[in-house]
Design a protein around this ligand. Structure first.
Ligand code: FAD
Ligand code: EPU
Length: 348
C-alpha cells in the first residue's frame, strides 16, 4: 500500500480541477481496503474510492483519504459457446476492450474509449452505442467492508438499469468492487442499430475491429479528450419522463427526438434539450458547455469547482424553465467528506 500526504487531485480525476486530498493511498490488494476501513489511524477518516476519476466532480478539497484502486489481473476460461473473463477492478476498461478485440473475444467493441477502470464499470452500468455493461456481465465480485467477506453477485442481482445499479443504491457505502466476470459469446454478431453506426450495415464485411474503429472515430470527433480539456463525459443523464409529458412538449417542439423505454415512459436527449436552450458554449468562469456535445461540461483551463457547480445549476434551471424537464446529473459530486448532490448544494 503506497501512501501520499496532502496531495493534489488534479491528475487523478479527469475534470483537472485544482483540489487537494489530505491523503492519497494506492490499494493493491483487498487487505489494503480492509485495513483502511477497519484499523487506526484510518478507520475514523472519510474515505473515497477512485478509479480514474472520470465520473467525479470534486466540489472542493477532500478532507480524508482518497483510495486509488490498483487491483490487477485477468484470467480467461472458455466453454464451447463463450469466453469467460475474470478481470480485476483496477484494470483499464479501454485497454481491456482493445485486448479482447485483438484476441478475438468479441462483444465489448461498442464500449471502446470509455475512460475509467473495470471495477467502476458496473457502478453506473456504463453504456455506449447500443451496448450496456450488463449485457456482457456474468458476475461482480465485491468485498463487504462491514463483514470483511467476499461475495459474488450474479448480474441479475446487481440491479442494473440505465446508468444505475445496486452499487449506487443499497451497497453504496459498504462495497469495494474487486473484480468483474464477463461472458462473451463465441458466435458474434455486430450491434450497429445506433444511428451513428447504421451506415456500417452497407459494408460487405463487418468485423469487431470495424465497429471498434468506428466507435473510436466518432468519440474522438465529438467528445473532448480529458488529457487536453478537463471533463467527465455527459454531465447529465438523458431524462426519462412520462410519454404524456413528452407529447405536451412536442406540441411546441414537434422535432424533439425521444425513445420509448416502456409503455408509458420515454427517454429524451439531454444534449438536444441543452442545445435547444441555446447553451452550447455558455461559460461561467472557467467552466463551459462543450461547443460540440451539449451534455458535456468542460474545464476550459482555470475552472474552479464553484464555476462548474454554478454552470451545472444554470443549465438545469434554463432547461427546466424552457421545457419543464428536470435534468439529473450523472457525474458524482464529492463534498469535503462524502458524496453530495447538486440539489443539496442548491438548497444550502
Ligand atoms: P471514478 O470516477 O473514479 O468513480 C466513480 C464512482 O465509483 C465513485 O463514486 C467511486 O467512489 C466509485 N468507485 C470507483 N471504483 C470503485 C470500486 N472498485 N468499488 C466501489 N466503488 C468504486 N460513461 C458511460 O457510461 N458511457 C460513456 O460513453 C462515457 N463516456 C465518457 C467520456 C468521457 C470523455 C469521460 C471523461 C467520461 C465518460 N463516461 C462514460 C463516464 C465514466 O467514464 C464512467 O462512469 C466510468 O465507468 C468511470 O470510471 P472511473 O474508474 O473513472 O470511476
Ligand atoms: N444532441 C443534440 N445536441 C448535442 C448533442 C446531442 O441535439 O449537442 C442530440 C442529437 O439529436 C443526437 C442525440 O442527441 O443525435 C444523441 O447524441 P449522442 O449520440 O452523442 O448521445 P448522447 O445521448 O448525447 C449518450 C450517452 C453517452 C454515450 C452516447 C453514445 C448519456 C447521458 N450519454 O450520449 O455516454 O457515449 O450516448 O451511446 O446517456 C457518458 O455517459 O458520459 C457518455 C458520454
Amino acid at each position: 500500500m503506497k501512501i501520499h500526504m496532502d496531495t493534489s487531485l488534479k491528475r487523478i480525476h479527469t475534470f483537472g480541477l485544482d483540489v487537494l486530498a489530505k491523503t492519497i493511498v494506492e490499494a493493491e490488494c483487498p487487505e489494503d481496503f480492509l485495513m483502511l476501513w477497519r484499523e487506526a489511524p484510518y478507520v475514523c477518516q472519510p474515505k473515497l474510492i477512485v478509479g480514474e476519476g472520470s465520473n467525479l466532480l470534486f466540489c472542493g478539497n477532500f478532507e480524508g483519504i482518497v483510495v486509488l484502486n490498483r487491483l490487477k489481473g485477468i484470467s480467461i476460461t472458455e466453454s464451447t459457446t463463450h469466453w469467460h473473463l475474470h478481470v480485476a477492478g483496477g484494470e483499464s476498461w479501454h485497454e481491456l476492450v482493445m485486448w479482447t478485440v485483438k484476441h478475438g473475444m468479441l462483444g465489448l467493441e461498442n464500449l471502446a474509449l470509455i475512460p475509467g477502470l473495470v471495477g467502476s464499470a458496473p457502478i453506473q452500468n456504463i453504456g455506449a452505442y447500443g451496448v450496456e455493461f450488463d449485457k456482457r456481465c456474468e458476475y461482480v465480485d465485491v468485498l463487504s467492508l462491514s463483514s470483511g467477506g467476499k461475495v459474488r453477485l450474479l448480474a441479475a442481482e446487481c440491479g442494473f438499469g440505465y446508468r444505475d445499479s445496486v452499487f449506487k443504491g443499497k451497497l453504496k457505502y459498504d462495497t469495494v468492487i474487486l473484480a468483474v466476470g464477463l461472458m462473451l459469446a463465441k458466435a458474434w454478431s455486430p450491434v450497429i442499430e445506433y444511428s451513428a453506426l447504421v451506415e456500417l450495415a452497407e459494408r460487405e464485411k463487418i468485423t469487431a475491429q470495424t465497429v471498434f474503429d468506428k466507435v473510436c472515430k466518432i468519440r474522438r470527433e465529438k467528445l473532448p479528450d480529458p488529457s487536453v480539456t478537463g471533463n467527465a463525459g455527459s454531465f447529465f443523464k438523458n431524462p426519462v419522463i412520462l410519454k404524456s409529458m413528452a407529447e405536451q412538449i412536442q406540441l411546441e417542439y414537434p422535432m424533439m427526438p425521444f425513445y420509448h423505454v416502456g409503455d408509458n415512459l420515454v427517454k429524451l436527449l439531454a444534449g438536444w434539450l441543452i442545445d435547444q436552450a441555446g447553451l452550447k458554449g455558455h461559460c461561467i468562469g472557467g467552466a463551459a458547455v462543450h461547443e460540440k456535445q451539449a451534455p458535456v461540461l468542460i474545464n476550459s483551463g482555470k475552472a474552479t469547482p464553484t464555476d462548474v457547480i454554478n454552470l451545472a445549476e444554470y443549465v438545469l434551471d434554463t432547461v427546466y424553465q424552457q421545457f419543464a424537464v428536470k435534468l439529473e446529473h450523472e457525474v458524482r459530486f464529492i463534498g469535503r467528506e462524502h458524496e453530495i448532490s447538486l440539489e443539496t448544494i442548491c438548497q444550502s
